[in-house]
Ligand binder design. Sequence first.
Ligand SMILES: Cc1ncc(C[n+]2csc(CCOP(=O)(O)OP(=O)(O)O)c2C)c(N)n1
Length: 537
Amino acid sequence: MAMLFQDAMAEALVDQGVDTVFGVIGDGNLFVVDSFQRRPGTRYIGVANEASAVEAAVGYSHVTGRLGVATVTHGPGLTNTVTALIEAVKARVPLLVIAGEVGQDELWHVQRVPQREIAAAAGAGFEQLRRASTAAEDLFRAIRRAHLEKRPIVLNVPGEFQWTQTVYVRSPAHLEHARSRPSADALAAALAVVARAERPVVLAGRGAISPAARVAVLRLARRIGAPVSTTLKARELFRDDPYDLGICGLAAHEVARSILGAADCVISFGAGLNAHTTTGGWLTEGRRLVQIDDDPASLGRFVTPDVAVLGDAAITADELVDMLDEADIPPSGFASPALTAALAARTPPPDHSTDHHVDIHTAVRRIDEAVPADRTVVTDGGRFHVAAWPAVGVEDPQQFVQTTNYGSIGLGMGTALGAAVGRPGHPTLLITGDGGFMLAGMTEFNTAVRYDLDLIVLVLNDSAYGAEHMQFVRRDVDPALSSFDWPDFGPVADALGGRGFTVRSLPELETALAYLPHRDRPVLIDVHIDPDRVPGY
Ligand SMILES: Cc1ncc(C[n+]2csc(CCOP(=O)(O)OP(=O)(O)O)c2C)c(N)n1
């Protein structure tokens, strides 16, 4: 069918099932975006900064399980995304990033930059849109790669194609992939280890969060008498199980740590087993390790398992249960009523709030209680994690997004925008430090206002780069470099069109929380905490 290039691009996006695009417009993409958002059932979310467009696409993909799509213009539009692109590469999120490109003949163009090399340096894939007439074909190839390679693919689109006439040729829709079945040899090797374990624990990561995997992995854990635990990214997968140790690694509580420490065998499903999960290798050292993953890139990447099984989590867990039954192997008894009792006996940390500061543990516990449980939770980077992660949970791992796969601060707000767009009807709670909020959060708070998103921002404000503050203090160096006299964020949030609260005491915190059921716009709660009373690592 004959049409303008921008209409062919829009048509191709819709044909590929894309209905939501995040972006910032410029010469290289404005007419493509315009044509896309005119189509029925589509949504374009214009954010303030290109980094946030990519972060929002990550948040959207994370909570929906769908492809995230962002668009930027050429040159600075693309270079502004680099940190966010690297985060998405490290988080292994399938994204399509449609970037404009300056014209071949525009040698003078100030925004000319080697876009292929920039994508490559970020670790993203790159596809060139070749001709106006190959729009659908090239878009299909980029989307296919994003899913297969689980990373962002930058589709370079010459801006000069806009307003040229072309012929639209439809491409097939995205291809589905079958779940992989483990080999008989790998299963037998796994069984040999599992059957001999006296104190096994079962660990699940993000590669095992499907409903089918949850049921099958839990069934295996019950069958062998193993307590269960998850990585941070798979948090709450086993939330109602009486032997659920919760998150392992940095955010593990003391009961979990003692049980994990006593284990003689770890059976891991879909977990990358990086140093955060294993607490620097502690979790796997001196124990037998069976690592199960359907992604060959994850097997043996950070640890050397005794047995590696390439296979789908649910299929593998089911097969192992059948084999254990057939061989009549008894359960271990490691998951005991005493463990359930120890888990139930855990008490919250004591409150140290004053007239000037709210205790961080109390702040996160009260937020956890006050924000509806069906929420999405997004966390920015900073040492506040240590208190926030264990305390503020979700109903399902897909509803939790942490943004520090690259160790950057300031990626939370953009991610929260996309998560909020992806889960309408559920509040999105962003937990951030004051440093991360000032780095990149403030401008996009207004984007949440513009799009009327149900966003609640908790700023855990120690008036400092806390992660740096504690290092200065520990070494007896004046921490002034890491201390900040920010403006009160409550009135700033009001000025940006939301509703802000400045909180320095428990009664002020309760006033802010009491507003939440009546909120009709994005809310920001700026809770002042004592920089010298924050747990860290
Ligand atoms: C983009 C980026 N710049 C700088 C850093 C170094 N850094 C790590 S944590 C941190 C402080 C963050 O402060 P805040 O957001 O207030 O959280 P807190 O540590 O106080 O809880 C900084 C500056 C980083 N990780 N990423």
